[in-house]
Ligand binder design. Structure first.
Ligand code: ASP
Length: 297
């Protein structure tokens, strides 16, 4: 079976409503991230390395709500959430409400490698990161004018106090049928201090299991948490659904059960991919060995 699996990386740049004029470039950023992830997969040979690399690229891109350019909480601070999980031994690492570090997904990866705990919060996450040699970022180097303006608009009542859009995520499957998923976000614009969304919570925003597949979610975090959405997707895959059907069914449930909106990217352990959204847009990028990389929104 493993001989027929073609390595693949699928990336999202967040469910939401990217203005028409910016959609193509938002999607192109995802395509480039997927290409970078696939290149890493082929060098390092692992789906885990691939999803971390793809997410790093998007965290460094200020257009997305993760790493540099992430949205701000009600006090104007960055409080970052990220998780990564691999599907072979179900190893995982995550951080939440973490003060600024340039690439939160790398800290999550270090949590996975360390192996003692799975999820670190706030100052504890920062302490763990510093102990592992990560250097705290100057907030000014990661907070963009656009993020400040979005917060102002929310606090002044000119914009809806909802989830921000622009969360990033990646799923991958290697030639052996090993899968992985990663997600990174600033969460919601103007969120209360201490609020944690779905992205760093296994089974909600991020999940991977070689027995079924891997998924990364984006959208209304509170609803995604309540539905354990990525775990639900993996159960649908295990029941025989294709990745596209599983993604569509899970997003339909998000809408019908909780009246919420969001999107999903999914890969199964044979390398088939799927995605779905019930928002206006969800930028995505796809890179697969032997094919031209593609993207859309
Ligand atoms: N799901 C993220 C959160 O609620 C937001 C997003 O996907 O844009 O933190």
């Amino acid at each position: 079976m493993s001989r027929s699996i073609v390595p693949v990386v699928l990336v999202h740049g967040g469910a939401g409503d990217v203005p028409e004029a910016k959609r193509a470039s938002h999607a192109e950023g995802c395509r480039l991230a997927a290409i970078a992830g696939l290149a890493r997969l082929l060098e390092a040979g692992s789906a885990l390395e691939a999803v971390v690399r793809a997410v790093e690229v998007l965290e460094d891109d200020p257009r997305y709500n993760a790493g540099t350019g992430a949205c701000l909480d009600e006090h104007g601070a960055l409080a970052l959430d990220a998780a990564v999980m691999e599907g072979t031994e179900l190893r995982a690492g995550a951080v939440c409400s973490m003060p600024p570090f340039r690439n939160p997904i790398d800290v999550a990866r270090a949590v996975l490698e360390d192996g003692r705990h799975v999820l670190y919060a706030g100052e504890g996450a920062a302490r763990f990161a510093k102990d592992r040699g990560f250097v705290p970022a100057d907030p000014a180097s990661m907070i963009t004018d656009a993020a400040r303006e979005r917060l102002r608009a929310v606090l002044e009542g000119r914009a809806h106090r909802g989830w921000a859009g622009g969360t990033v995520g990646a799923v991958a499957c290697d030639a052996e049928g090993h899968v992985a998923a990663a997600t990174s976000t600033g969460g919601m614009v103007g969120k209360r201090a201490g609020r944690v969304g779905d992205s760093p919570i296994l089974g909600a925003g991020t999940y991977a299991d070689d027995a079924s597949g891997a998924a990364s979610a984006t959208g209304e975090g509170e609803a995604i948490l309540r539905l354990a959405l990525t775990r639900h997707v993996c159960e649908l895959l295990a029941g025989g659904a294709s990745p596209d059907d599983a993604a569509r069914a899970a997003i339909a449930r998000l809408g019908s059960k909780l009246g919420a909106t969001g999107g999903l990217i999914v890969v199964d352990a044979t390398g088939r991919v799927g995605h779905a959204r019930n928002t206006q847009t969800m930028s995505w990028g796809l890179a697969r060995v032997g094919e031209a990389a593609s993207c859309g929104h």
